[in-house]
Design a binder for this molecule. Structure first.
Ligand SMILES: [Zn+2]
Length: 322
């Protein structure tokens, strides 16, 4: 099937009590690793492209690679989504350039400005058959050009969410309930430590999520910054010359719970980066004489596929839902 919007996949996810994975793509191996996993597991998927990805790989390359994946995986619905569009112009260029979904992130602007800009994007997108994700509330962390220091984040306010959605007409909304961008989602001071000395993050604000769903029944919610930063990847990286002390993510059980609620899209980016980096660091350590990129990119691609397969089955619950 051709590229689809997220409308149908979110409706089914909401009713079915699962979430669709939204994975960031930057190069061919990542596109292949993700979509091979989804094809095998018969899972719908959102492939998303950030401003940084467009700067790195070029819009045309990314769109053509995703189109190749669509041809290779004819049985699963795939949406192509702009992650964190920060202006009407960048959203318009993606809408005109073949995307089926865009995010306008004006969450750093005052409430009324966020509404005005989101509404402008919604009007253009809907006129072109494209859906829009917006954001209200501020996540901490670092993602490409979005950087918010811990302590300056703010949870979404349910009463504002209701007004925002009705006034903008957006199709889905990213809210802040305690997830965070990057591989260092929380400072040590925000966490406790378990008996192994591993940081345990503060729990997500499920009360906020529940209040939002009560006010907007059936409306799809999006969670950004939802990598789990698996300890085994961090350990492999640190054992092979890396230095990522106290990297920390969102526990998978919490994401699983959110997926059964009104959360229909869960964004995963850092875990892909970690899977690749861990695999390549280990590979270089064990094969110091190898220099053909295919030798180390092949297992890196496989690591992305394995990690995504695990997420589809054990975290998102969207396997078999294509
Ligand atoms: Zn994000």
């Amino acid at each position: 099937m051709p590229l689809v919007t997220t409308t149908e996949m979110f409706k089914k996810a909401y009713e079915g009590g699962y979430a669709v994975g939204a994975f960031n793509v930057n190069n061919m191996e990542i596109v292949q690793g993700i979509t091979e996993a989804c094809q095998e597991q018969k899972a719908p998927v959102v492939l998303q492209v950030s401003k940084g990805a467009r700067a790195y790989a070029n819009h045309n390359y990314l769109v053509k690679m995703v189109q190749a994946a669509v041809e290779n995986c004819p049985e699963i619905p795939i949406a192509l989504h702009l992650d964190h569009g920060d202006s009407f112009e960048v959203c318009k260029s993606c809408i005109d350039g073949g995307f089926t979904s865009v995010m306008i992130d004006a969450s750093s602007k005052p409430f009324e400005e966020n509404i005005a800009l989101t509404k402008q994007v919604v009007e253009y997108a809907h006129a072109h058959g494209v859906v829009v994700e917006a954001e209200l509330g501020t996540l901490a962390g670092v993602e490409d050009e979005v950087c918010v220091e811990a302590g300056n984040e703010s949870y979404s306010r349910p009463e504002e969410v209701e007004e925002f959605v009705s006034r903008t007409g957006c199709d889905s909304l990213a809210i802040a309930i305690g997830t965070s961008h990057g591989a260092y989602k929380f400072t040590a001071a925000q966490c406790t430590r378990n008996e192994d000395g591993i940081l345990v993050p503060p729990p997500l604000r499920f009360d906020v999520l529940e209040e939002v769903s009560k006010r907007l029944p059936g409306f799809p919610i999006v969670l950004h910054g939802s990598s789990s930063v698996p300890q085994n990847f961090v350990d492999i990286i640190n054992a092979h010359g890396g230095k990522m002390p106290d990297a920390i993510g969102i526990p998978e059980e919490e994401l699983r719970k959110a997926a059964t609620m009104s959360v229909c899209k869960i964004n995963i980016d850092s875990d892909i980066r970690l899977a690749i980096t861990a695999t390549i660091r280990e590979y270089f350590d064990e094969h110091p004489d190898h220099f053909d990129p295919r030798q180390y990119l092949k297992p890196a691609r496989q690591a992305v596929k394995d990690m995504v397969t695990h997420k589809l089955i054990n975290v998102l619950g969207c396997n078999g839902k294509a």
